[in-house]
Design a binder for this molecule. Structure first.
Ligand code: ADP
Length: 231
């Protein structure tokens, strides 16, 4: 579903990502973790097609910069960026038109109700609180029914109810066969969800392991994280 091969990215002399490879299959959640500056955002932005890079990134077998690749990808950025003069409803309509999604209204209503935004659907982007913007941004990414979903710090800025809804939604999407990459420092928040842990340090993976490969030895993601990132 998502295949990243030989991905490298330099910013001038800084090698932010060094020849990274990974695959996330349908119905799998990969957690991307690592200390600040490890290269996580660079990977996420490369997959989202926002950066130039070396290597190959395929979404459902299509190059991530092709129309077919882009239309199968959903991206929830860490910082939402809404249009100040469009309402929440108009954002969803815009996304649906851009991705040629027909009859998006029912899904839009379900998503907005799930995130308590239904009664705020006619509010302008500029009039939303930070948390509301984050929830609207999540709805924008999901209205297109992506097959691959990139989520950068999904729980940041959300209230407890929205965090619970977001977790349940990620489980539902996983069960529906969406391949999900979650970049987060809040490892507890994805403890129930993950199938593969990718730990980065200095632009490389210091661990890329499936949950099933841990052979029944129970370890929290936090324990695994410190084992592989502490000197
Ligand atoms: P993370 O998301 O894991 O915190 P980043 O991908 O943001 O890490 O950064 C990886 C490395 O690339 C860091 O050394 C960072 O300073 C550098 N970097 C990130 N963005 C830029 C940029 N726009 N210009 C120059 N260096 C950058």
């Amino acid at each position: 579903m998502l295949e990243v091969s030989k991905l490298s990215k330099n910013y001038g002399k800084t090698q932010a990502v060094k020849n990274v490879n990974f695959t996330v299959n349908a119905g799998e959640v990969a957690v991307l973790a690592g200390p600040n500056g490890a290269g996580k955002s660079t990977i996420i932005k490369s997959i989202a097609g926002l950066l130039k890079y070396e290597g190959k990134i395929e979404i459902c077998g299509y190059d991530n910069k092709s129309i077919k690749g882009k239309s199968a990808l959903g991206y929830i950025p860490e910082l939402p960026s809404l249009f100040p003069l469009l309402t929440i409803s108009e954002h969803l309509t815009l996304m649906a038109h851009a991705f040629n999604i027909k009859n998006h209204e029912k899904r839009a209503e379900e998503l907005l109700k799930l995130f308590d935004l239904w009664d705020k659907k006619d509010k302008y982007g500029s009039d939303l609180s930070k948390g509301m913007q984050q929830k609207a941004s999540i709805c924008c990414a999901l209205i297109t029914e992506p097959k691959v979903l990139l989520v950068d710090e999904p729980m940041l800025g959300l209230d407890p109810k929205a965090i619970r809804n977001m977790k349940e939604l990620l489980i539902k999407l996983k069960n529906e066969g969406v391949a999900i990459v979650v970049s987060t420092h809040l490892l507890d928040s994805v403890q129930e969800l993950w199938d593969r842990i990718l730990i980065m340090k200095n632009g490389e993976f210091v661990l890329s392991k499936a949950r099933s490969e841990f052979n029944n030895e129970f370890k929290s993601l936090e324990e695994i994280f410190f084992e592989f990132t502490e000197e």
